[in-house]
Write a protein that binds this ligand. Sequence first.
Ligand SMILES: NC(=O)c1ccc[n+]([C@@H]2O[C@H](COP(=O)([O-])OP(=O)(O)OC[C@H]3O[C@@H](n4cnc5c(N)ncnc54)[C@H](O)[C@@H]3O)[C@@H](O)[C@H]2O)c1
Length: 224
Amino acid sequence: MNEEQNKIPQATAKRLPLYYRFLNNLHNQGKERVSSKELSDAVKVDSATIRRDFSYFGALGKKGYGYNVNYLLSFFRKTLDQDEVTKVALIGVGNLGTAFLHYNFLKNNNTMIEMAFDASEEKVGTDIGGVPVYSIEELESKLSDDIPIAILTVPANAAQGITDRLIEAGISGILNFTPARITVPDRIRVHHIDLAVELQALIYFLKHYPLQEGEEVGEEPFNA
Ligand SMILES: NC(=O)c1ccc[n+]([C@@H]2O[C@H](COP(=O)([O-])OP(=O)(O)OC[C@H]3O[C@@H](n4cnc5c(N)ncnc54)[C@H](O)[C@@H]3O)[C@@H](O)[C@H]2O)c1
């Protein structure tokens, strides 16, 4: 992560990949500029928030012109280290893990699942979506220094044990899909993803903040 990203608020940093993906699509369609309204409609973030987010990088928008797509893209690419491919390891090649291996992350984000691990003999030695699956026994010997992130898709009861080994092996970030609350040292960053929580949040918003036709979509506190 570079210095610039350290200075921007975390909520803004979280939205950067969203902006980046949309701008990349615009660029691929040959578009050179985008208005904040267009951006807002596409990424479902209100234009005031977009302007505030972008203000952390200096005044990039011009009245009546909008934002220059190429300029923004090159800026975000630098900020998000998009010029570099980040290698990721995946642990647990079950229903969820297999789906991730089939999904080509590299197409939109510069991340790539380099290798996967599982405990099941049936899976070890196979190749899923072009990713080799190794035995979990080989975790320490196969994980190389250039893989900073692991995706955890093992059963909850295996999560902490695997986490301890990942940290020992030098991983610095974990994307945890298991329901287990894992304990890690301060220097390790864990992001927890739980579809049930996201669904509950959506249900809550539908019930308490139903949207009206033509209403601008606000920023949801759950994503902030
Ligand atoms: N976050 C979410 O929204 C969400 C949604 C669905 C499932 N989940 C969770 O994701 C995890 C995976 O779910 P799933 O449906 O893919 O389960 P699954 O049972 O299909 O897959 C688990 C895989 O982990 C492997 N495994 C078991 N113990 C292991 C170990 N010690 N080391 C390495 N591999 C091991 C199994 O062989 C299996 O291939 C579960 O914890 C589940 O609760 C999360």
